[in-house]
Design a protein around this ligand. Structure first.
Ligand code: ZN
Ligand code: ZN
Length: 359
């Protein structure tokens, strides 16, 4: 009888100590809040705002930024982040819990933007950081469709109701062996590049450009399809121009491909950095293989090498596009796709009527 009582006491004591240590762990995780939250990628380039902004008009919206590699931890509300470029706005992380894997962070954005242009927010969360951009429209002017806010690397974006004017400096926001070694974004590169070839550096170095693209926001199929020019044929989300599938003189790219750097771009003679093929930084770090990558001069969007379900695009026409609904255009739109095989981005010319570019 006495022996049984002793055993019961011991069992109860063990149970109490186990449950106590368990609840202690839970409360310490709650208290840490965002301190324990971690993610592996944050996609400002795929971020969106619930409302369009106008200069000198009070603004309230929710910004949504996709992440991947969430660890399931809870996080507390963040400190307010002040906008740069166009000032007067703040973005504040709302408290929440990460999913395990992919999900979205929500920020409340408010204030009164000081002028028309681009407001940038330096976002940092769970070990990752990126720059979120909001286009502020001119008061009384037409509102820019919010999808153009995804072009986060533009130095300015304005809209006249028919054409969107995008200015960029063509400086990639990622590491490259083609930056001057004094630049923090310089990184050595060797080994295998796009297509499996061995990297061979070209003699050029990245330099700041001054590019202005004027592209239609309501693109339409052209009666006659004009060939793409040499040089800039479009712009990617990070402000780096797209070039076509030809090297100088209209010869195939084959000799140039081995000079593509760690993110599959390279500079030409004046130091203008550009992509002929899938922009690897956008498809693997900023966004995904099926995301919007940018626009060609005819106003039609460019997508990565996959569709939303992960499949390869099918039925691409001679211009290297096809029509169906996308995340950005639920009603459906003609769009180009990157492919690993030639012509990589564009086929026999523009599907629509191109706007203009100065470079
Ligand atoms: Zn090139
Ligand atoms: Zn498609």
């Amino acid at each position: 009888m006495i022996g049984n009582m002793k055993r019961t006491t011991i069992i109860v004591a063990v149970f109490l100590s186990l449950s106590f240590s368990c609840s202690k762990n839970e409360s310490s995780s709650d208290n840490n809040g965002s301190g324990t939250a971690s993610i592996t990628a944050l996609a400002c380039g795929s971020g969106s705002f619930s409302a369009t902004a106008t200069a000198n008009v009070a603004y309230t919206a929710t910004a949504t930024i996709p992440y991947s590699g969430g660890n399931g931890a809870a996080y507390t509300a963040g400190a307010s982040i002040t906008s740069t470029g166009i000032t007067g706005l703040t973005a504040t992380l709302q408290a929440g819990s990460l999913t395990t894997g992919t999900g979205n962070l929500s920020f409340s954005v408010s204030g009164t933007p000081s002028a028309a242009g681009t407001a940038n927010f330096a976002i940092s969360f769970g070990g990752q950081s990126c720059s979120l951009s909001l286009t502020v429209n001119t008061a009384g002017g037409p509102a820019l469709p919010p999808v153009y806010n995804k072009i986060y690397g533009a130095t300015s974006i304005t809209f006249d109701g028919t054409f969107v004017t995008i200015k960029c400096n063509a400086l990639p926001d990622h590491k490259s062996v083609y930056y001057p070694t004094s630049n923090p974004l310089y990184q050595p590169f060797s080994g295998t590049t796009f297509g499996g070839g061995t990297f061979m550096r070209n003699p050029n170095t990245i330099a700041t450009q001054n590019i202005t693209l004027r592209i239609p926001v309501n693109p339409a199929m052209a009666a006659t399809h004009s060939p793409t020019p040499m040089g800039v044929i479009g712009v990617s989300l990070n402000g780096v121009p797209f070039f076509n599938q030809y090297a100088a003189g209209g010869s195939p790219l084959s000799n140039e491909i081995n000079s593509f750097d760690q993110y599959w771009g390279h500079p030409q003679m004046t130091g203008m950095y550009h992509y002929h093929v899938e922009p690897l930084f956008l498809t693997t770090v900023i966004a995904t293989k099926s995301s919007l990558m940018g626009y060609l001069l005819d106003g039609f969007p460019v997508y990565g090498p996959q569709e939303a379900d992960g499949s390869a695009p099918t039925g691409l026409d001679v211009y290297h596009g096809h029509t169906h609904a996308t995340a950005d255009y639920p009603a459906g739109i003609y769009h180009y796709h990157f492919t690993t095989a030639a012509p990589y981005l564009n086929g026999n010319g523009f599907y629509g009527t191109p706007g203009t570019v100065t470079q």
